[in-house]
Design a protein around this ligand. Structure first.
Ligand code: ATP
Ligand code: MG
Length: 177
């Protein structure tokens, strides 16, 4: 198996507060890796550091390229999709607009329409509500939308921050499938 992401000696800071103290791990293409830790351990911060949303030091390599100094936008362009903790949808926009936004950095514009239809097949409830404002969806529906929007990037790597939080077991099963 090929190493896809390699993180070495990662340290992250919020102002004077150090949140990560030398974290190292790697993960392989085609694998599913879980970060476990107590509240405040730094799981969310780790995902933010990979996307360069928090000041950090150390080495982060994605598919052999150092990405530690790339802007968040450029990290996304490499195919890394981040579903933030707490359902990061654009609440004033409709379901369909959220899905379109997920594909905004893609070059293959022609395939976007078909991918939106594919998301509606995966998550039929989103199809029923495609003109509804994201902020008025239920919590579970918003979580599905956040995951669907991330998939619209056709990502190489997905970073999911507590994707099952607050969801009923049946919905969790659907989401992970
Ligand atoms: N914006 C911020 N400003 C200052 N400190 C922060 C900020 N965000 C997080 N921290 C601190 O960084 C540490 C790591 O927080 P983080 O959110 O990464 O933890 P977590 O493992 O995701 O926790 P949880 O399981 O509660 O989501 C905590 O001590 C937290 O208080
Ligand atoms: Mg967290």
């Amino acid at each position: 198996m090929t190493t896809m992401l390699n993180v070495k000696d990662l340290r992250a800071y919020y102002g004077q507060v150090q949140a990560l103290h030398g974290l190292s791990f790697s993960l392989n293409e085609g694998s599913l890796t879980t970060l476990l830790g107590a509240n405040g351990a730094g799981k969310t911060t780790t995902l933010r550091a990979i996307c360069n949303m928090v000041r950090s030091t150390g080495a982060i390599e994605f598919e052999g390229k150092p990405i530690g100094t790339r802007s968040t936008e450029n990290v996304v362009r490499l195919g890394i999709a981040h579903v933030p903790q707490g359902r990061g949808t654009f609440t004033n926009m409709t379901v369909e607009e959220n899905l379109q936004l997920g594909a905004i950095s893609r070059a293959d514009k022609k395939a976007i329409g078909a991918d939106i239809e594919r998301m509606y097949e995966h998550f039929p409830v989103l199809k029923q509500r495609y003109t509804q404002q994201a902020g008025t969806l239920s919590g579970g529906e918003q979580q599905m939308l956040a995951v669907a929007r991330a998939l619209m990037l056709r990502p190489r790597l997905m970073l999911l921050d507590e994707p099952s939080f607050g969801l009923a077991p049946l919905i969790v099963r659907d989401l992970f499938r």
